[in-house]
Ligand binder design. Structure first.
Ligand code: GDP
Ligand code: MG
Length: 369
């Protein structure tokens, strides 16, 4: 499982063996058609021919099956992926509802938002994608798995209540994850609203507003009276531009599972937030320990679509099992590749389960002694 021959590599790429031999000579390696190449050399040569190789995946299943992805085009800007956080009752849901109403794509046939854990809004100011992480714990859990999909946190603080326990928690989680925060001071319509107090309290937590010499954008708003929503949307775009969020829509899709379930009629379905590339129906993929072929794609409004690019959430059908939130979703060359990676992962998981199991029984044994 350690090597691939020059001939096999050429065959996989549709490139003549002597071209590869010439390339290797250029690298100072004298080779023949039957020469065995190690992972690193194979990856180097493949990338010289314009292929992206999944190093990690290649090591999982062995180099002779290496996944050759034709390299994509240029990275272009993508919409920001946002998570709304804050203390209970400060207006998270109300703000999201108000933003949804700005969706210019709303009113399209069947335009009812489905609950798939993420949704995309086309607004006058620009497009945004929202990811519902059910609670701050989920945000941290995603981060611990290296699966943080959020570019920006909107921290909602009610102007009549100020910074509370869960406000502090949200700040802590966002800062630990290195995700920038935009503050939405909500409920400014209330008689006892005190936005200045919110600014003071947040300044003490390293979130000073720009007008006080800090770096944090504050938007004063009222979700109830529809005040400040446009300003919020514009400031989201402003921050997104500063972050220069980019992705390459040309390559094969890769993303993260936001939510997954077993549906009675449709089998295993997963909401995948696409992070790179474009997913299409018919694509073969690996997701966690499972694989599959994209049988159908639904957008966040429950409408069937044929493809989806970066920062777009899609519901994927055609998975061999129910993956976990945070699992990486990767489109691969063919069915064989998809199955082999899934199989290798299942085996590995079973091995570590067994190892854990025997450890437990040993522990139990010692307890009894
Ligand atoms: P969440 O728990 O953070 O999702 O908060 P909700 O969006 O459910 O809002 C909690 C309560 O505050 C609800 O009764 C809302 O109607 C109310 N609310 C939300 N935004 C505003 C606002 O801007 N002004 C006022 N006066 N009430 C609001
Ligand atoms: Mg809510």
């Amino acid at each position: 499982h350690e090597t691939i021959s020059v001939g096999d590599l050429g065959h996989r790429m549709g490139i003549k063996a002597n071209e590869i031999i010439a390339k290797l000579m250029g690298l100072g390696v004298m080779a023949t058609v039957n020469q065995a190449l190690d992972v690193d050399t194979a990856i180097l040569v493949a990338s010289d021919f314009g292929y992206d190789v999944e190093q990690a995946m290649t090591e999982e299943i062995g180099v002779e099956q290496l996944d050759l992805q034709e390299a994509g085009g240029v990275a272009v800007s993508r919409s920001p992926v946002i998570t709304v956080m804050g203390h209970v009752d400060h207006g998270k849901t109300s703000i999201l509802d108000a933003i949804r109403k700005t969706d210019v794509a709303d009113g399209e046939a069947g335009g009812i938002t489905q609950h798939i854990g993420a949704y995309h809004v086309k607004s006058e100011a620009g497009d945004v994608t929202f990811v519902d992480t059910p609670g701050h714990a989920a945000f941290t859990e995603m981060r611990s798995r290296g699966a943080q999909v959020t570019d920006l946190v909107i921290l909602v603080v009610a102007a009549d209540d100020g910074v509370m326990e869960q406000t502090r928690e949200a700040i802590h989680h966002a800062q630990a994850a290195g995700v920038p925060i935009l503050v939405a001071v909500n409920k400014i319509d209330k008689d006892n609203a005190d936005p200045e107090r919110v600014k003071r309290e947040l300044s003490d937590l390293d979130l000073a507003p720009e007008e006080w010499g800090g770096q944090t954008i504050f938007v004063e708003m009222s979700a109830k009276n529809n005040i400040g929503i446009d300003s919020l949307m514009e400031n989201i775009q402003l921050m997104a531009e500063m972050m220069e969020l980019k992705a390459d829509p040309e390559r094969k899709a890769r993303g993260r599972v936001v939510e997954a379930k077993l549906d009675k009629g449709r089998g295993a379905v997963a909401t995948v937030l696409i992070q790179e590339g474009t997913i299409r129906t018919g694509d073969h993929f690996v997701v966690g320990q499972f694989s599959g072929k994209v049988r159908a794609l639904l957008n966040d409004k429950g409408m069937p679509i044929k493809s989806a690019g970066p920062s777009i959430p899609v519901e994927v059908q055609g998975i061999t099992g129910v993956p976990s939130a945070g699992d990486e979703f990767v489109v691969v060359t063919d069915e064989k590749m998809a199955k082999n990676v899934a199989q290798a992962r299942t085996l590995k998981a079973r091995e570590s389960e067994l190892a854990a199991g025997s450890k437990v029984s040993l522990d139990t044994l010692f307890e009894k002694l």
